[in-house]
Every structure is written in structure tokens, then in C-alpha cells.
Design a binder for this molecule. Structure first.
Ligand code: NOJ
Length: 552
């Protein structure tokens, strides 16, 4: 790999990016669903928090089988969220506040309602319309077996059989996610032309960057051979190497075309990839100088509250990124992950993902989870690279664990596993802004939000936390202000202070970050200046589940 000297001042190398799931952020028009007009009213809050950029999950028209990740029109806004005019206003108003806007581009698949897929369904096998997707004859004498053994990310086979116009069973099509999300064939030039045309459309509207959804799924090995994994084991992109439908080499040619487009703008647009792959080196391949700029780091996110695992996630990521001149993006949560307070409040912080895995929640200790979530935030925000904050994590929101089945059923992970996996609704509950009862200022006129909010969320509301020095929100604001003032340096400035044991300690720019993941109090250098601590420091010691930033 060619080491490069990238522009160290590029904004994404140091930015704090705030993830907005627009359906649950703020409801401006009182229908119980968040929207762009609502989001505009809270841009001051995001700028005031200390964010540099905002990433919006998909805003496109969508039948909403998968939270907007099933797109039926790449060049418009879903009417429930607003209009293109609202979007233009959002970008303008964000820019006026110094916030950059990053959009989500779902390009591995469309909705089954997209005109391309509808045309493919009514066109014959072998037609150009069908070549935009993966239509294949089934196996077995009557074609009743799926074309191969690939599995779907949300459970079950990755193939669905179609019905021909005369009612007889027809070809099958590939869907890495829900059957309503058919995979696009990026080997077909009109797909690249159409999707990149849409990316260009948004960049011209002033969008500053793009998140590439499910990037490793975007290329499939020719001939679509069977995978070698055991389909019964379930979707596991983190351990798949050489899977014929994940992280196949062809993805890199696609990313180069995206980068070429991004670089043709002034200023250049940013590309962040969602690439859950088997190793830091495989991830670095997505970040070569002519591919994406950065990627979410899932090893860090999934490390749990374990010093060794966190240390190795960081220790492996830094040289891998440095080798290609890129910087990491560190996150503790997203609209796909169990809320960090709940994850870290479990007895076993690594016992599977509550959203996707078929695991029992086990005992939850919200107080311990909150303590660790703050401590984890100071580790995350102290690292060099971009930091991504998922909406509500700055409020310390826990996962909502008592949603009724109809609320859980808004996520195909829940429905396709027959309820064996909880799915992601619990981290997508609309934010509390003010007041003591639902909708906590999320909707005007006391409209009921699309997912029910818990009765005890009054104390988490922004208005309740604002100005309270002990609150999560004010803690985040202080940490972000310090980070902006002092910086976390470049990857080359990073160094370990401890390399084993329960204390994670590193130097990053002008900060020394010391986190205690053990069970005893650790001594701190009495001469060190504490810039911020995630909890109390009794007698100057560092208690368990606590992180400090010291000045260097
Ligand atoms: C990743 C997105 O973050 C997730 O929400 C979505 O379900 C899948 N990709 C499929 O688009």
C-alpha cells in the first residue's frame, strides 16, 4: 500500500459528527414522525453541543420496510420528512451554523417499489431491466430451490422467488437484506450511472459528504458461487473472508468511481463507508488514497467494556489507517446498535448484540451502564480521527426494553427472526426534548410519537439536563469543547502509556487519556492537571469505570 501525505486539515480527519435518525429526532408538523422542518429547529442545539457535521440516515422516499434503507427514488425526499425545499433549507441553515451535512446513500439495494425493480419484474428473464439486479433460475428439477446458499442479513435465505405474469413460479432475485430490498448489480453500467448521477445530484445541492451503506455487499463474485460458511450459523460479516457476496474485490473499483466524483467538487466531498469486514487490513483497503476517506470502526464499537479488546481495536486500527493515509471514525452507537448505556450496563458487555443476536438481555444495571458510557465517551472522543455521536447518546438514553410487539415489528430483524432477535426499535425511540411526559417536546400538540417513549424519560430531556453541570449533556458539551480547543492530534502523535492491564492509557495530541476498566482504584499522577473526568475522583484516585483527560 502506498503511504500518502494527505491534507491534515481536511475536516473529516478531526470532526465530531452527530448522527440524526430523522424519523425520531424532532417532529415539526405534529404527525408523530420526525421531519426535516423539525430538525432545522434543533440545529442550534447541535452546533451548541459542539458538533462539526451532521449525518442524516436516509431521507429518500421509501416504503419504509427497513427504516428508510429501502429507497424508491434516489432524487427526492420522503413526503413524511418534507420536501426538497426543506432539504435545501436544512443544508443552508446547517452551513450558516458551521455544520456540514452528510447524507446516507443506500446503493447496494433499492426498494422493491423502485421503478427499476418494478420494470425488472415485468420484463422477461435475460432482459436489460433484469440485469440491473440479480435474477437467476432456481436450482433443482423445477427450479424450486434458491440459486445458491447465501443468507440474508435479517435471517433466512437471501433469495426470493418471483411469480410470472401468468401466475406460474418464475426466477429468483437476490436480497442481502429484506426481500423488499433487492440487490443492485454494480457490474451493470446503467446502475453505476444512475446511482452516481444521484450522488452528483445531492453534491450539487451542497451536501458535504456521503455515507456508503453496506459497502462490502456491493460486489458479488462472478457466477454467484455457494458460500463456504454454514448458512445455519447466521449472518456474520465480521468473520467472513473471501465470501462471494461480501467484501469481494470488485467493491474497490466502485469506490474509486465514487471518490472520483467526490474529488471533482470544490471543496471535495467526503466519503465514509460502513464496512464491517474481517480485519483492520481489509478495512484499510477501502481507505486507499483513491477510495473512501474514512470508515466506522466496528471493532471498537463491539469491544464491550474490556481493556484488552478496546486496546487491540485501537492498536490495530491506527497503523492500518496510517498505512493508507486515512483516519478512523470511532462510534459508540448508531441506529443499528443497542444503546451504549444498556450494552455497557450488562453483566457481560460482550454477550452478543441485543438487536441482532438471539440473546436474552440478562441483568441490566443502568447506573453502571451510565457510568461506563461516560467513561467510554472520553475514550472515544480522546482518539485521533472522526468521532460519531448517535442522537440521544449525549443524553445518556438507555435502550427501550419494553416496547410492545407492534413497535418491535417496525424492524425486519424482529419480524424475519420471528421475534427471536429484538431488532433495533429500542434505540430508535423519539428523543425527549422537554417536559415530564410523552411526547417530551418531540411533537407539537402532544401528538403521540410513532414509537412509544417510556414514562420515566422526563429526566433525560434536553431541557432537564441543560445547565445542570452533573448531567450527561453538559458533560458531553464540556468534553467536545475541550476536544475542539486542544485537538486529539494526528495518528502519528498517538502513543500508548500502558500496554496491558485494566487501565487503558494513551497520549493523543495534547491529551493524556486514562481509563480504569478494572475493579480497584488506580493512582493518578498528583502533579497532572485533570481537564475533565467522567465521574468523581475521590482522593485524587481514578475509580473503576471512570476516564480522565489529563493535560500533557
Ligand atoms: C446498514 C444500515 O445502517 C441499516 O440500518 C440497514 O438496515 C442496512 N444497512 C441495510 O441497508
Amino acid at each position: 500500500m502506498t503511504p500518502t501525505t494527505p491534507d491534515a486539515t481536511a475536516w473529516w480527519r478531526h470532526a465530531v459528527i452527530y448522527e440524526v435518525y430523522p424519523w425520531s429526532f424532532v417532529d415539526g408538523d405534529g404527525d408523530g414522525v420526525g421531519d426535516l422542518a423539525g430538525a432545522i429547529t434543533r440545529l442550534d442545539d447541535l452546533a451548541g453541543l459542539g458538533a462539526d457535521a451532521v449525518w442524516f440516515t436516509p431521507w429518500f422516499p421509501s416504503p419504509w420496510v427497513d427504516g428508510g434503507y429501502d429507497v424508491s427514488d434516489y432524487e427526492n425526499v420522503d413526503p413524511r420528512l418534507g420536501t426538497l425545499d426543506d432539504l435545501d433549507r436544512l443544508v443552508r441553515e446547517a452551513h450558516q451554523r458551521g455544520l456540514r451535512v452528510v447524507m446516507d446513500m443506500v446503493a447496494n439495494h433499492t426498494s422493491d417499489q423502485h421503478p427499476w425493480f418494478q420494470a425488472a419484474l415485468s420484463a422477461p428473464p435475460g432482459s436489460p431491466e433484469r440485469s440491473r439486479y440479480f435474477f437467476r433460475d432456481g436450482r433443482g428439477p423445477d427450479g424450486s430451490e434458491p440459486p445458491n446458499n447465501w443468507i440474508c442479513g435479517f435471517g433466512g435465505s437471501a433469495w426470493r422467488r418471483t411469480t410470472d405474469p401468468d401466475g406460474s413460479p418464475g426466477q429468483w432475485y437476490l436480497h442481502t437484506f429484506s426481500p423488499e430490498q433487492p440487490d443492485l448489480n454494480w457490474g451493470e453500467p446503467s446502475v453505476a450511472e444512475g446511482v452516481l448521477g444521484a450522488v452528483d445530484f445531492w453534491f450539487r445541492r451542497g451536501i458535504d459528504g456521503v455515507r456508503v451503506d453496506a459497502a462490502p455487499a456491493m460486489w458479488k463474485v462472478d457466477g454467484l458461487p455457494d458460500a463456504t460458511y454454514d448458512p445455519e450459523e447466521g449472518f456474520n460479516s465480521r468473520s467472513w473472508v473471501d465470501s462471494p457476496h461480501w467484501d469481494a474485490d470488485g467493491i474497490h473499483g466502485i469506490l474509486r468511481a465514487w471518490r472520483h466524483l467526490a474529488d471533482s467538487f470544490t471543496p471535495p466531498r467526503m466519503i465514509v463507508v460502513e464496512s464491517v469486514v474481517s480485519s483492520p487490513d481489509r478495512l484499510a483497503a477501502y481507505l486507499r488514497p483513491d477510495e473512501a476517506h474514512t470508515a466506522f470502526n466496528f471493532d471498537f464499537l463491539y469491544a464491550g467494556w474490556d481493556a484488552d479488546r478496546l486496546r487491540s481495536a485501537i492498536a490495530e486500527a491506527i497503523p492500518a489507517h496510517a498505512s493508507v493515509g486515512a483516519t478512523p471514525t470511532w462510534a459508540l452507537g448508531s441506529h443499528d446498535e443497542t444503546r451504549v448505556v444498556t450494552r455497557l450496563g450488562r453483566g457481560d458487555t460482550q454477550a452478543g448484540n441485543l438487536a441482532f443476536d438471539h440473546v436474552e438481555p440478562g441483568s441490566l444495571d443502568r447506573e453502571r451502564g451510565s457510568r461506563r458510557a461516560r467513561a467510554a465517551a472520553l475514550i472515544q472522543l480522546g482518539l485521533p480521527g472522526m468521532a460519531c455521536i448517535y442522537q440521544g447518546d449525549e443524553l445518556g438514553l438507555p435502550e427501550v426494553m419494553d416496547l410492545p410487539p407492534e413497535a418491535l415489528a417496525t424492524d425486519p430483524v424482529y419480524t424475519r427472526t420471528g421475534g427471536a432477535a429484538r431488532g433495533r426499535a429500542g434505540c430508535r425511540v423519539p428523543l425527549p426534548w422537554a417536559g415530564q411526559q410523552p411526547p417530551y417536546g418531540f411533537s407539537p400538540n402532544d401528538a403521540q410519537p410513532w414509537l412509544p417513549q417510556p414514562a420515566d424519560w422526563g429526566g433525560y430531556a434536553v431541557a432537564a439536563q441543560r445547565g445542570d453541570d452533573g448531567s450527561f449533556l453538559e458533560f458531553y458539551r464540556r468534553a467536545l469543547a475541550l476536544r475542539r480547543r486542544l485537538g486529539t492530534g494526528d495518528l502519528a502523535d498517538f502513543g500508548w502509556v500502558t500496554t496491558d492491564g485494566p487501565v487503558l492509557a494513551f497520549d493523543s495530541g495534547r491529551l493524556r487519556v486514562v481509563a480504569n476498566l478494572g475493579i480497584g482504584i488506580e493512582l493518578l499522577d498528583p502533579d497532572a492537571t485533570v481537564l475533565i473526568a467522567s465521574g468523581e475522583l475521590p482522593g485524587g484516585g481514578l475509580p473503576p469505570d471512570t476516564t480522565v483527560w489529563l493535560s500533557r
